[in-house]
Design a protein around this ligand. Structure first.
Ligand code: 1HE
Length: 275
């Protein structure tokens, strides 16, 4: 699962073995893959087939993929859980249903490659949970965030109670669930839903450009950011500091780091520019 992409031209890439439901499409532009929610007529609401498709896709990404962008077709990113699918669920079915979401979104968050979500229109309920499982969120001005679970008699079940408070804090999430408060793109950016707010219609392009940049990073730096950083942030500080030292030593000892440091010292690498 954590193997790095093969150097170009050395190994023939096997054909994709994953069959996606009609609610998803997957295309590759060299090392960057775009996973699209293609159920715009239902506002990209997430039914079981879509969740299974997301899980299958992230469980076996082609080896050459080094970053993924998730995008929603139509006017909305995602209207959350497909409400028509859960009306007959009893508690047991609901429990296992929620666990399938956890598995799918864990594969995004704890996978091999950085995942960038492009947010526009509704980012609601399970749609927000999907966005929260991604590593970077780029919002367009149309994006708005809501957790209508309270209104629907539900609770989040796709990892939202773990991931959303990390973005915006428990107090804001609790307020959204109890009062139905929504956040627009600008106040949502301030609250922490997204790291970027870009001009209308430019989110996908920006995300692909960002993904291309991320694809050029040293695999161990990416691994450290995706896997070590979140665990260190959650750890007891002394354990965190030890993990940090271990990760730093391993990354710096890699030939890739040595080559990049040498390139800077030889004035062959770019300087850090102000924002
Ligand atoms: C849906 C869904 C859905 C749309 N499940 N079918 N999520 C929500 O509570 C959000 C519910 N949806 C909405 O509030 C609105 O649909 C939107 C604000 C997102 C978009 O409004 P609009 O006017 O553009 O579209 P629409 O006419 O409401 O919807 C178009 C169609 O999509 C319509 O179906 P149609 O057969 O009548 O054409 C809608 O029924 C359908 N649709 N959203 C099913 N969510 C793991 S736990 C997670 C818990 C949750 O995510 S709770 C939050 C659920």
């Amino acid at each position: 699962m954590f193997q790095t992409a093969q150097p170009k031209g050395t190994i023939a890439v096997p054909p994709l073995a994953v069959t996606l439901p009609p609610s998803l499409s997957f295309e590759m532009q060299e090392e960057v893959a775009v996973l699209r929610l293609t159920r715009a007529h239902k506002r990209n609401a997430l039914d079981d087939a879509t969740i299974e498709g997301i899980a299958a896709r992230f469980a076996s990404l082609p080896a050459e993929v080094r970053a993924v962008v998730i995008h929603g077709e139509g006017a909305h990113f995602c209207a959350g859980l497909d409400l028509s699918a859960v009306t007959e669920n009893d508690a047991t079915a609901g429990l296992f249903h929620s666990r399938t979401w956890h598995q799918a979104f864990d594969l995004i968050e704890s996978g091999r490659v950085p995942v960038i979500a492009v947010l526009h229109g509704a980012v609601i309920g399970g749609g927000l949970e999907l966005a929260a499982a991604c590593h970077i969120r780029i919002a367009e001005p149309s994006a708005y965030y809501a957790l209508p679970e309270g209104q629907r008699g539900l609770f989040v079940g796709g990892g939202g109670s773990v991931r959303v408070p990390r973005l915006i804090g428990t107090a804001r999430m609790l307020d959204m669930m109890l009062t139905g408060r929504t956040y627009g793109a600008e106040d949502g950016m301030v609250a922490g839903f997204a790291q970027y707010l870009v001009e209308a219609g430019t989110g996908l392009e920006r995300a692909i450009a960002m993904a291309r940049h991320v694809a050029t990073l040293a695999p161990l730096s990416v691994f450290a950011a995706l896997h070590a950083l979140p665990r260190i942030a959650d750890a007891e500080p002394r354990t965190g500091l030890l993990l940090e030292s271990l990760m730093a030593a391993i990354a710096a000892a890699d030939q890739d780091a040595k080559d990049r440091l040498r390139a800077f010292l030889d004035k062959r690498a770019g300087k850090v520019a102000p924002p």
